[in-house]
Design a binder for this molecule. Structure first.
Ligand SMILES: C[S@@+](CC[C@H](N)C(=O)[O-])C[C@H]1O[C@@H](n2cnc3c(N)ncnc32)[C@H](O)[C@@H]1O
Length: 205
């Protein structure tokens, strides 16, 4: 099974202890974001492709109203236990992000992505950016740590071209910050970039 569009592909990696991306702790740069001016006036947060849920649980511990989505049941089972252990409430969704229903239209003030964009089929990136826009509230922000911003063949993780990603997300969102001055873990230093986009206030077209 080698189809990144299917949850079985990811379940198998998790079951085989082959989740090489997993930090086993909240992402340090995300923890910084939780305390930042960008997040401070906003409460409802979607972690898309939440994996084992460390980031989602950390955000819930700090008072955010968190929805954590992943189509891997194996990852969500783990994340649910983590939330229970940490005694926090997280709304877990075992769903394919591309199939998320209209119930979640304009639902979130913040959407966060770490190593999910590079995990999806590159041919679906446009659909992905549109879905991100769909679930954001007006004035909501999309925070993404782009990784790996280098040339590489195959994936996942599939190579992320910063210009291409910026162009894509800027079609409907406004880029407000793009920086590599973040607390990257050592092996990812220089290979990732934080971007924050804002959904303009106006009506969706
Ligand atoms: C590389 S992992 C990153 C997990 C987590 N963000 C982390 O940093 O540990 C990518 C995650 O995205 C999930 N994923 C991939 N495509 C998805 C989709 N279409 N819908 C929902 N989840 C998806 C996978 O199941 C996997 O847990």
């Amino acid at each position: 099974m080698n189809d990144v569009n299917k949850s079985e592909f990811w379940n198998e990696l998790y079951r085989n202890n082959a989740a090489a991306w997993d930090l086993k702790t909240p992402t340090p740069a995300f923890t910084d974001l939780l305390e930042s001016e960008y997040f401070s006036a906003r409460r409802t947060l979607l972690v898309v492709g939440c994996g084992y849920g460390y980031d989602a649980v950390e955000a819930a511990k700090r008072g955010f109203e968190v929805t954590a989505l992943d189509f891997s049941e194996t990852a969500i089972d783990f994340a649910k236990k983590l939330a229970q252990k940490e005694n926090v409430n997280v709304n877990f969704l075992v769903e394919d992000f591309f199939n998320l229903t209209d119930e979640y239209l304009d639902a979130f003030e913040i959407v966060f992505d770490y190593v999910t964009y590079c995990a999806i089929d590159p041919g679906r990136r446009k659909d992905y950016s549109e879905k991100i826009f769909d679930v954001l509230k007006p004035n909501g922000i999309f925070a993404i740590i782009l990784f790996p911003i280098e040339k590489r063949i195959g994936g996942p993780p599939f190579a992320v071209d910063v210009n291409e990603a910026t162009e894509l997300f800027s079609e409907k969102l406004e880029l407000i910050i793009s920086t590599d001055k973040i607390n990257s873990i050592k092996p990812r230093k220089g290979r990732e970039l934080l971007q924050i986009y804002r959904r303009p206030d106006g009506k969706k077209s």
